[in-house]
Every structure is written in C-alpha cells, then in structure tokens.
Design a binder for this molecule. Structure first.
Ligand code: FO1
Length: 330
C-alpha cells in the first residue's frame, strides 16, 4: 500500500529529496513541512528562503548552480537598491523578488503564511502540499563568539564564519521559545502528524533546519510517539557536509563530525538512519544509538538520483512494517 509521507525539510539538501519523493508519491500522499526559522524581512518584504528553495525545486525553476534562487535570474533591482544606499548583502533576484512581493501582499491582506504558500504553489503548478512549519514567527538565532546573530546574518552576511556556541529559537517578540514553547505548528503540519504513516527527515542541517521544526510547541513529543517508521537521511557524507555549515557546526557544538554525530541529534526520534556507502564503517556506531541503519547512495545530483533515493526509502519502510524490518545494515 502507498504510504502517506510527512517530510521535514530545510532548503537545498532537503528540497532534493523532496523532489524525489514528489516524483514517486501522488500529491495526496505527501506533505512537505518546511523550516521557516530562516525567514527574514528585507526591504519590507517577507522572505522565506527555505520555502522559496522548496517551491522553485518542485516547480523546476531552481538555479542549480547556487541551489537557491531562480535559474537565469538577474539582479537589476538589487543594483538600483544599492545605488539608493540600501543594504544589499542578501541577493534577491528580479524574478525571485516577485515571490517575496506576492507573499508579503497576501500576508498584508490578512492571509496566513500557510495560505500564502498554498497560493504561490498553486500558481507555480506545484501539486504536492508544501507547508510552512508554523504560521507564527520562530526565528533561529546563532550564538557566536561575535555575539548573537540572526540566521541570515550568520549564514549569508558572515558566511557562517563566526564560531557557533549554541543555536536557539525566538518567537516574534524576541522571547526564547526554549523556555516558553509558545510557537505552535501550522494546521497542515498538525494534520500531517495525525495522518502520515511515515515520517522522513530530509538530508537537511539538524541544527539549523530540523531543530527549529522540533522546537515548535508539542512537535518533539508528537514525533517521539509517531505511529509509523521515522527515517532520517544523513546530510553528512564521508565526514563532510554535502553543502552548508553542518560539519562546522557539529564540530563547534561538540559533536563528532560524522553521520553518527548527526544521528545523535535524532536519538529517540528516528527508527531508520540512512547513511552513504562511503560511511558503511559507521553503521555499528549509529546502531548503538538505537536506530536501524540502511546503507545507500545518498548523494543526489540528478533527478534520477533523487527518485532512486526516494524509492529506496519507500521500499524500506514498506519492509520496516514487516516482521524482519526489511532493513539491511551494512
Ligand atoms: N544564500 C546565500 O548564500 N546568499 C544569498 O545572497 C542568498 C539569497 C537568497 C535569496 C532568496 C532566497 O530564497 C534564498 C537565498 N539564499 C541565499 C539562500 C538562503 O540564505 C539559505 O539557503 C537558507 O536560508 C539556508 O537553508
């Protein structure tokens, strides 16, 4: 039977697996919940970078060189903003600006981020459900040797260079949500937690992309008691991040830079951990965390790679419900 999948994802890496899942699952069988801890207001516009990346990937619009933004975009608007003396370290392309303008307009008209996202997706011809993790603000803050940095300040302006000491999350009023748990998941996320038979953690950064999702009110508990198999794909391959600062953060936050270091973040929240063939020797160390391990090619360059990994995950969860688990360790 076709499973109903809830995929949790951040930006570029997560979008690759989401594209694969969307190729093998019908729209009613997949909900992609996307991190919005990276959201920021630039030039008065609400920018949701991970939602943008996900939408462009599913719509076939992605700039495949950067992994974010629209293919073939130009930056004339940004150049004029620079002449006006505006801050332009965050690169908003001319086509990309249309997304942020329309999203902001829909929000100003009183829509929620879920409704705005649904409208944008519909216009781009995306049939699978793409939903923000929350309709309320939960912002990722990186505590560094140079002070607390808002996510995009850390990621783009400072190119992830400051040494990270901690990652925390704030609500729209600047209060630490760690202590209040005040920000709740979006309605479609809650619905998917109820209805899905499989939960997939896409190969996204566990600290910057998945941790904000788990920090939402009640989500960690709901994932802990999730009714079906929970599968995570490691974003670390051969002790290096496929892209972004995952390896640097693992080291700076005191974890082993390996797929095992990632698996540690999901202990108690994951049943099957997918590692790349080059990490085969770490299977036992990951299993010691209480997860089954599947060794598979996880590097997704072509659409064929994305679809193959998605199929592999769905095949294994079909088996994971059976008696022997159907899951091969190395
Ligand atoms: N990432 C960059 O490294 N530099 C940029 O200037 C940049 C601009 C940008 C604009 C719109 C958008 O949707 C994403 C953009 N990103 C940029 C990507 C984004 O900062 C990160 O990929 C995510 O926030 C991390 O997942």
């Amino acid at each position: 039977m076709t499973p109903t999948v809830l995929a949790l994802a951040g930006g570029v890496g997560g979008a690759k697996l989401a594209v694969g899942l969307a190729k093998v699952l019908p729209p009613e069988r997949l909900t992609i919940v996307v991190n919005t801890g990276d959201d920021e207001v630039f030039h008065g516009l609400h920018v949701s970078p991970d939602l943008d990346t996900m939408m462009y990937a599913l719509a076939g619009l992605t700039n495949t060189v950067t992994g974010w933004g629209v293919a073939g975009d130009t930056f004339n608007g940004l150049a004029l903003l620079r002449r006006y003396g505006a801050d332009t370290w965050f690169n908003l392309g001319d086509k990309d600006l249309a997304t942020h303008i329309r999203r902001t307009q829909l929000l100003r008209e009183g829509g929620t981020l879920s409704q705005a996202t649904e409208s944008l997706c519909r216009s781009l011809g995306i049939l699978h459900r793409v939903v923000p993790m929350s309709d309320a603000a939960l912002r990722t803050v990186v505590e560094t040797g140079e002070g607390a940095l808002a996510f995009q300040d850390y990621f783009v302006k400072h190119r992830c260079e400051p040494v990270a000491k901690a990652v925390r999350f704030e609500d729209g009023g600047g209060r630490d949500v760690g202590s209040t748990g005040a920000v709740g998941p979006s309605p479609a996320f809650l619905g998917a937690l109820d209805e899905a038979s499989v939960l997939v953690y896409c190969p996204s950064n566990p600290f910057l992309s998945i941790a904000p999702v788990l920090a939402l009110k009640g989500v960690r508990e709901r994932v802990r008691s999730f009714q079906g198999p929970r599968v995570a794909v490691s974003p670390i391959v051969g002790r290096e991040a496929l892209r972004g600062p995952a390896a640097k953060l693992l080291a700076e936050l005191g974890y082993e830079v390996s797929c095992r270091g990632v698996a540690e973040q999901y202990a108690g929240l994951c049943d099957v951990f997918v590692i790349d063939e080059v990490d085969r020797d770490q299977a036992r160390a990951v299993e010691a965390l209480g997860m089954r391990v599947v060794v598979a090619p996880t590097v997704m360059i072509s659409d064929v790679d994305k679809e193959r990994l998605a199929r592999r995950i769905l095949d294994m969860v079909g088996g994971a419900n059976s008696e022997d688990g159907g899951v091969r360790t190395a």
